[in-house]
Design a protein around this ligand. Structure first.
Ligand SMILES: Cc1cc2nc3c(=O)[nH]c(=O)nc-3n(C[C@H](O)[C@H](O)[C@H](O)COP(=O)(O)O)c2cc1C
Length: 320
C-alpha cells in the first residue's frame, strides 16, 4: 500500500457506486474508496435494496465495504455474505455513527464506544469467519470525552483489526465544532497497526498539516471530497504541494464532471434519480471554488429543482 494512504470516507447516500466511479475517473487508482455503511441485519435478511448498495465493478477497486450493527453473529454473517457476494478489498465496522436510530436505539455505531466488550466480540466474531480480507474499524475520539479513545483503540487493536480510522470528534460533537487531530496522534503512538486520521481535511495543505500533527499512516477525506473529486488527484504529486486542485478547476472541467456524474447517477438509479442528484449539485456549486463566478448565484435556485438531464444541461450551458 502506497504511503501515505489516502481514502474517501464512507458517507451514507453519497459514497455510492456512481460517485465512486466518478472519483476513479477523475483521480485514478491511488486512493481507497470506503462505500456508504450498510445494515448487517438487512444484509443477512437478503434485502434487495441493501444488496444493490453493495454492488461494485472491477474499475472501482480498491473498495472497502462498511457494515453497522450490534449483534456479533449477525455482523459476522453479514461480513461473510458481503465478502463472498461482492468481493470488496476489506470490511470496515462502523463504530462512529451518531444517528439516534443506530447509536441510541441500538448499541451500534458510536454506541459501541460505550460497550467495548461488545465491540471486541464483534471483531472476534468476524475474524473467526476467516474471510481472508483486512478488517478495519472507523470510530471517533469518544462518546462524550475526547480521551476515551486512549483505552478503546488498544482494545480494538488487540482484538485483531488491521487498520483503525479515527474521526477527531466525539459523538457528542456530531459533525461540528473543532476537530482534534492531536489526540489522533496520541493514539497513533499507542498502536502498531496503521491509523487513518479523519475530520475537516479539505485541501492538500490540510492533508500535509494533518499528517504532521498526527503522524498517521494516512488520511480519510469526507465532505472535502463532495463536489470535489479532484482532491484525490493532486495529493500525490509534488510532495503535497500546497497548491490545492480545489481552486484550479476550470468552469469547463467542472461542468463536464457534473454532467458525467449525473450520467453515472442516472444509469444507476434510473431517470428519476435526478432528484437524489440535487444534493451533489449543491456541493459542486458551493464554496470558495465558485465564489468568483457571478453567474452561479443565478442558477443555484434552479439546480435544486432540476429533474431531468436535458434540464440540467440547459442550466449549465448558461454558465459557459
Ligand atoms: C452525509 C454524511 C454521511 C456519512 N455517513 C457515514 C457512514 O456511512 N459511515 C461512517 O463511518 N461515517 C459516515 N460519515 C462520517 C464521515 O465518514 C466522516 O467521518 C466525517 O464527515 C468527518 O470527516 P470530514 O470532515 O472529512 O467530512 C458521514 C458523514 C456525512 C457528512
Amino acid at each position: 500500500m502506497l504511503k501515505p494512504i489516502i481514502a474517501l470516507a464512507p458517507m451514507a447516500d453519497y459514497t455510492d457506486q456512481p460517485f465512486s466511479l466518478l472519483c476513479r475517473e477523475v483521480a485514478g487508482k491511488n486512493f481507497i474508496i470506503y462505500r456508504e455503511m450498510v445494515s448487517s441485519q438487512a444484509i443477512t435478511r437478503g434485502n434487495a435494496k441493501t444488496f444493490g448498495m453493495c454492488e461494485t465493478v472491477r474499475r472501482e477497486h480498491p473498495v472497502i465495504m462498511q457494515i453497522f450493527g450490534d449483534q456479533p453473529v449477525v455482523m459476522a454473517q453479514a461480513a461473510r455474505i458481503i465478502a463472498e457476494k461482492f468481493q470488496p478489498d476489506g470490511i470496515d465496522i462502523n463504530m462512529g455513527c451518531p444517528v439516534p436510530k443506530i447509536a441510541h436505539k441500538t448499541r451500534a455505531g458510536a454506541a459501541l464506544m460505550k460497550y467495548p466488550d461488545l465491540a471486541v466480540e464483534i471483531i472476534e466474531a468476524i475474524k473467526a469467519e476467516k474471510l481472508g480480507l483486512p478488517l478495519s474499524v472507523k470510530t471517533r475520539l469518544g462518546w462524550s470525552a475526547d480521551n476515551e479513545i486512549f483505552d478503546f483503540a488498544p482494545r480494538l487493536a488487540k482484538a485483531g483489526i488491521d487498520l483503525l480510522t479515527i474521526h477527531g470528534r466525539t459523538k457528542a460533537q456530531g459533525y461540528a465544532g473543532a476537530v482534534d487531530w492531536k489526540n489522533i496522534g496520541v493514539v497513533k503512538k499507542l498502536l502498531k497497526i496503521p491509523v487513518l486520521a479523519n475530520g475537516d481535511i479539505r485541501t492538500p495543505a490540510d492533508i500535509k498539516r494533518c499528517l504532521a500533527v498526527t503522524g498517521a499512516d494516512g488520511v480519510m477525506i469526507g465532505r472535502g471530497a463532495l463536489g470535489n473529486p479532484w482532491i484525490f488527484k493532486t495529493v500525490r504529486s509534488s510532495q503535497f504541494s500546497v497548491l490545492s486542485s480545489q481552486f484550479t478547476v476550470s468552469k469547463q472541467e467542472l461542468i463536464r464532471t457534473v454532467l458525467r456524474h449525473a450520467e453515472l447517477h442516472l444509469a444507476h438509479y434510473g431517470e428519476r434519480g435526478m432528484t437524489t442528484f440535487r444534493k451533489h449539485l449543491a456541493w459542486y456549486f458551493h464554496g470558495e471554488r465558485v465564489a468568483g463566478w457571478s453567474d452561479v448565484k443565478k442558477i443555484r435556485a434552479e439546480l435544486v429543482r432540476v429533474s431531468t438531464m436535458p434540464d440540467l444541461q440547459k442550466i449549465l450551458e448558461r454558465l459557459e
